[in-house]
Write a new protein. Structure first.
Length: 246
């Protein structure tokens, strides 16, 4: 099903999974707001302008919007700019995140708080901001990017997995709240590990066997399928990219 005429807001889209998903949604016809903090190249490659330029060069429609998901004012400004440019929002991909995989006993408080601020509160803020606009369009799709690490309790605990577990609970409950508005609400995570720029920078030097590596395109394909949903379709689920249950 084409996404022509739809508008997607992708938070955390300056690189990695977010950038790949944004490009895939644009190829399917959606106008895409490429939202993230990064406007200039830094230690970790990727900017909102580079991603947006790539989409437009390929014939798609994209708007780079500066967005710090930990700031309600920044989120609301980014959402308002998207609505002003494209007329509304039908799809949210809440992908912005920071990685910290250290054990709890050696995790600095500032790292714990950063994971919760970006990975949990950030999803709350972008979701809260876009809901009225998706509702006004008669329905749409909200997608939060999470992780299979939520299930790996035999591997211990860390701030990243805890923050993502909270998002999954948030979205499962939100699906029930928004069913009457015809809004699908789902979580999506890689089935394996996507070696994004963020992973390379924050993966604590962990070595990932080749068989455990997943290309970011698998997430893009899965995100497109979820973006096509409304509450009449698939909602209230936690999906893994390589094993969608529909």
């Amino acid at each position: 099903m084409s996404l022509s005429g739809k508008v997607a807001f992708v938070a955390g889209a300056s690189r990695g999974i977010g950038a790949t998903v944004a490009a895939a949604l644009a190829r399917e016809g959606a106008a895409v707001a490429v939202a993230a903090r990064t406007e200039r190249e830094g230690k970790v490659p990727g900017t909102i302008h580079r991603v947006a330029d790539g989409i437009t060069a390929a014939g798609g429609r994209a708007l780079p919007v500066t967005c710090d998901v930990t700031s309600e004012e920044s989120v609301e400004s980014a959402v308002a700019a998207t609505v002003s440019e494209f007329g509304g929002i039908d799809i949210l991909v809440a992908n912005a995140g920071v990685l910290w995989l250290g054990p709890i006993e050696s995790t600095p408080l500032k790292r714990w708080q950063l994971c919760l601020d970006v990975n949990t509160t950030g999803v709350f803020l972008v979701t809260k901001a876009v809901i009225p606009h998706v509702r006004a369009r008669g329905g749409g799709s909200l997608i939060a990017i999470t992780t299979t690490g939520v299930e790996m309790i035999d591997h211990g605990a860390n701030a990243y997995w805890v923050s993502k577990a909270a998002v999954e609970r948030m979205y499962l409950g939100l699906a029930a709240d928004l069913r009457g508005d015809n809004i699908a609400v789902n979580c999506l995570s890689p089935s394996r590990v996507v070696l994004t720029e963020g992973w390379q920078a924050g993966g604590a030097g962990m070595q990932v066997p080749p068989e455990m590596v997943e290309p970011p395109e698998a997430m893009a394909v899965a995100a497109v399928r979820l973006a096509q949903q409304t509450a009449a379709g698939v909602t209230g689920t936690i999906q893994r990219s390589e094993s969608l249950t529909f």
